[in-house]
Design a protein around this ligand. Structure first.
Ligand code: ADP
Length: 465
């Protein structure tokens, strides 16, 4: 893993130095290609001389962008750990002080220390706290912050021998940063760290399971499926809580069940943070239940993993997780019929709102799914898959937009009618699903199947086209 850099040893008492940072890239999971970019940053330290000799500019700062808990801090530490350099860190909210001048002098002190102990990584957490565009905050607090920001810019510019001190900052809002911060030579490199997907979650769970007594047959995929939308910090927590669960029961191994229970607790925790009135819970439940009840009528969509109405960051409503035939989906082999079914499912929330709340009490809860339906309908027409224009592929001409829209609208109306018919025929099932969702906030595959068996599911014939 490359040459190690000699760390300065004369580190006197430092406020910002974190001692004993020994994080490695293997401790950060689910990164995919991002890892390559970070390995390059390590090389700026380990092979800095080569870069300089060949005239390659080493970036002054790297911006790690992404929601809280995805591992931005962990990654910055891993860069320092892999390069074997000192790690200095400060949270930008610490800069923003009531007393004028304190923030700026802290920035100066931080960089002074980092320079003395170079090579080093300076990590600034929540950069947006101090890096918001200047002049946006009024009053003395704003002036103080501007002074701090100016000082930071001076420090970023102040390194002749680039590569000895590299600044890494994290933010969830790169869009609101002061333009001066992202100018070349400053934070001129942005790396986006998204929330982990299914495979990423499996990997993260496994990293945290490494040091725990896990049962041999733990089903990580099942846990990952149940934790859709969660980030590394939450997944790490789940493993910890599962371990406590095991200890409490006097067992010696952590099982899948421990993890699933812990996942539910984590989910609950998130729920409790967000208060919704019963009425709102019910509204969201109707929205999601409608999609599920309509979807179980269609071959490509009926394989529902779970329904969830717990709010999550970035996903205010709930969601229905359908297990799709991924190969078909990826290759674009979805049939015309499955596209129509998809549209019908996406229109179900709107139809349910009309049935359960009445035409004059409509909300906009279904706005997003209706948008999905609209764009799928256009795709269908443009692809030459609609009845009227079957096989007509040269549709992409401006003067035929009206025709396209008319045909798309016809399809939307047809699917909407079908969705409504399904929901009206299955009121009992709908009510049962909604009640259970409101009570438990989520339903798994088996629970849904049980309800379908109990109440039956009427399948109206598809509209004749
Ligand atoms: P951020 O800085 O993005 O808010 P952190 O780096 O502070 O997130 O993450 C908090 C903790 O969550 C980490 O210390 C680690 O235990 C866990 N974690 C987060 N992301 C990951 C990941 N990708 N792989 C492994 N653990 C992770």
């Amino acid at each position: 893993s490359g040459a190690r850099v000699r760390r300065a040893q004369n580190t006197k008492l430092s406020q910002y130095l974190e001692r004993g940072v020994d994080v490695k890239f293997t401790d950060v999971a689910g990164l995919g290609k991002i890892r390559l970019e970070l390995e390059e940053i390590v090389k700026f330290f380990t092979h800095g001389e080569i870069y300089r000799r060949r005239g390659v500019k080493i970036p002054g700062g790297i911006l790690l962008c992404g929601p809280p808990g995805v591992g931005k801090t962990l990654l910055a530490k891993a860069v320092a750990g892999e390069a074997g350099v000192n790690f200095f860190s400060i949270s930008a909210s610490q800069f923003v002080e009531i007393y004028v001048g304190v923030g700026a002098s802290r920035v100066r002190a931080l960089y002074q220390e980092a320079k003395e102990c170079a090579p080093s990584v300076v990590f600034i957490d929540e950069l947006d706290a101090v890096g918001r565009e200047r002049g946006l905050i009024k009053g003395s607090g704003g002036q103080e912050r501007d002074a701090t920001l100016n000082q930071l810019l001076v420090c970023l510019d102040g390194f002749e021998g680039r590569g000895n001190v590299i600044t890494i900052a994290s933010t969830n809002r790169p869009d609101i940063l002061d333009p001066a911060l992202v100018r070349p030579g400053r934070f001129d490199r942005k790396i986006f760290i998204p929330k982990p997907g299914l495979i990423g979650r499996v990997e993260i769970l496994k990293v945290h399971a490494r040091k725990k007594p896990m049962a041999e047959d733990v089903d990580y995929a099942a846990v990952a499926t149940m934790t859709d939308g969660m980030v590394g910090a939450e997944l790490a927590n789940i493993v910890e809580v599962a371990a406590i669960n095991m200890m409490r029961d006097g067992r010696t191994e952590i099982t899948t069940d421990d993890l699933l229970q812990a996942a539910q607790i984590e989910e609950r925790g998130m729920l409790d943070k967000k208060e919704r009135s019963l009425e709102i819970w019910k509204q969201v439940a109707i929205n999601e239940a409608a999609m599920a009840v309509v979807a179980i009528n269609f071959p490509d969509l009926k394989n529902i993993e779970f329904i969830n109405i717990a709010p999550r960051a970035g996903r205010e409503l709930g969601y229905v997780r359908v297990k799709m035939d991924h190969i078909k989906f990826k290759e674009g082999l979805l049939s015309r019929q499955s596209l129509l079914d998809h549209i019908t499912v996406q229109l179900a929330p709107r139809a349910a709102d009309e049935i359960w709340h009445g035409e004059d009490q409509l909300s906009t809860i279904w706005a997003e799914t209706s948008d999905n339906a609209r764009s799928a309908a256009r795709t269908l027409v443009l692809g030459g898959l609609s009845d009227k224009y079957y096989g007509v592929s040269n549709f992409w001409v401006a003067d035929r937009i009206d025709e396209i829209d008319t045909e798309a609208l016809r399809i939307l109306n047809m699917c909407y009618g079908h969705a409504k018919e399904i929901l009206e025929g299955n009121r009992k099932l709908m009510d049962a699903v909604v009640d259970m969702l409101v009570e438990k906030k989520s339903l798994n595959k088996q629970e849904l199947i049980d309800l379908v068996e109990l109440h039956g599911c009427i399948k109206p014939a598809p509209p004749s086209v």
